[in-house]
Design a protein. Structure first.
Length: 381
């Protein structure tokens, strides 16, 4: 595993950390006695948002357009940031037209960067709420909230590791963190990388990947455009068994990390399953795989018990999105049914799990990021 940031040990004879109180810490303790219900962190944030600890923030230092639809944001985390492992993601929060929104994004930079910053690369999604804002409107000097790093899509620190990366589109971002980390540490393993993009100009980090392949003898890059430039008649070219065997003949002996759109990941998972090698495959999905729902699914009235708000919902939109559109800020993390941060008690009614189509009745805990109303519903939110 990649190392995480560690706290320096005090020099011999120095007082222990617990007894060494800074003036700021003492003032914070005193302020806490009179600041209730606010915390000293709220007041420190008025002076410098990066001092906030109640809702850790990051300042946008730089922006860089990778492609016509993708932009890299370099962020300087504030107090409390504990670093990340290559391949992990963070939850980024912004205020858009008066409403607070958060989304998870993979960290594309290597851990322990010299400037103390991290980078996320965001692709603007058609019809999206947050990604177009981050790509087209957020500018250097702005502040965003930042969660701790999460995720298990990481490389083990194992001798003799021979990874095969299979990525497409913005699925390159967590793998880019792994590659940059290997370069920074001077320990690039024997690596094969298959990456897919619609056209060459749409390859995120394209120039850097090509330079890396030129310089790093252990890194073999295979870029595939799924539609030939300027030719509407040339059929699409996607991942399949023949394509894999031609570019990585020793694929059965490698550990695999795959990230990209659902069709790619479904094809990769099916291939490794047929080969009896599913235990060698590590997959990072940006969206939960959803079940095909009946055409006549209906929603209902959703009541959020704690806030007393009532809204109408269809039977296909996750209840987390319904709550956010109603102006609520329920806790959540991955937004795809993995982390269980959004768990809430279903007080009454019935919800549908959008991943399986299964119905869940009142009296149980449900994941509002992947469940939709199936009739009138009351949630303990």
């Amino acid at each position: 595993m990649f190392p995480t940031a560690q706290t320096a040990r005090p020099a011999s004879g120095a007082p222990r950390q617990g007894s060494r109180r800074t003036l700021r810490a003492r003032l914070a303790d005193a302020a806490g006695l009179v600041a209730t219900p606010l915390r000293p962190s709220h007041y420190l944030a008025l002076v410098n948002p990066l001092w906030a600890t109640h809702a850790p923030q990051a300042r946008v230092e730089r922006v860089w357009d990778e492609t016509a639809e993708a932009r890299t944001l370099t962020l300087r985390p504030g107090r409390g940031w504990r670093g990340h492992r290559a391949g992990q993601w963070v939850r980024v929060g912004v205020s858009i037209d008066g409403l607070y929104r958060t989304r998870p994004y993979s960290i594309a930079s290597a851990p322990a960067a010299a400037d103390g910053c991290i980078a996320i690369t965001v692709t603007a999604l058609a019809g999206g709420e947050v990604s177009p804002f981050l790509v087209r409107r957020l500018q250097p000097g702005a502040y965003v909230t930042l969660s701790a790093a999460h995720g298990e899509f990481v490389l083990p620190d194992t001798a003799g590791l021979r990874p095969l990366f299979i990525t497409a589109g913005s699925g390159i971002t967590p793998v880019m963190s792994m590659l940059r980390s290997a370069v920074l540490r001077g320990r690039m393993p024997d690596t094969v990388h298959l990456h897919y993009a619609p056209q060459a100009r749409a390859v995120i980090f394209g120039d850097e990947l090509r330079r890396m392949a030129d310089v790093q003898a252990a890194y073999r890059l295979h870029l595939t455009t799924t539609r030939a430039e300027g030719s509407a008649n040339d059929g699409p070219r996607h991942f399949d068994a023949a394509h894999l065997a031609a570019r990585c003949p020793d694929w059965p002996t490698r550990e695999v990390w795959a990230c990209g759109p659902p069709p790619l990941l479904d094809a990769v998972a099916a291939h490794w399953q047929r080969a009896g090698l599913a235990d060698r495959l590590h997959v990072e999905r940006f969206h939960a795989p959803l079940a095909a729902l009946p055409a006549d699914v209906t929603g209902g009235t959703v009541r959020f018990a704690a806030s007393g708000r009532t809204v109408e919902a269809d039977g296909r939109t996750p209840l987390l999105q319904i709550a956010e559109r109603a102006g609520l800020r329920p806790p959540h993390g991955c937004r795809m049914g993995i982390c269980h941060t959004c768990d809430a008690t279903l007080v009454s009614g019935c919800v549908r799990d959008l991943r399986s189509g299964a119905l869940h009745q009142a009296g149980r805990t449900v994941q509002v990021c992947v469940c939709a109303a199936a009739g009138d519903v009351e949630l303990a939110l």
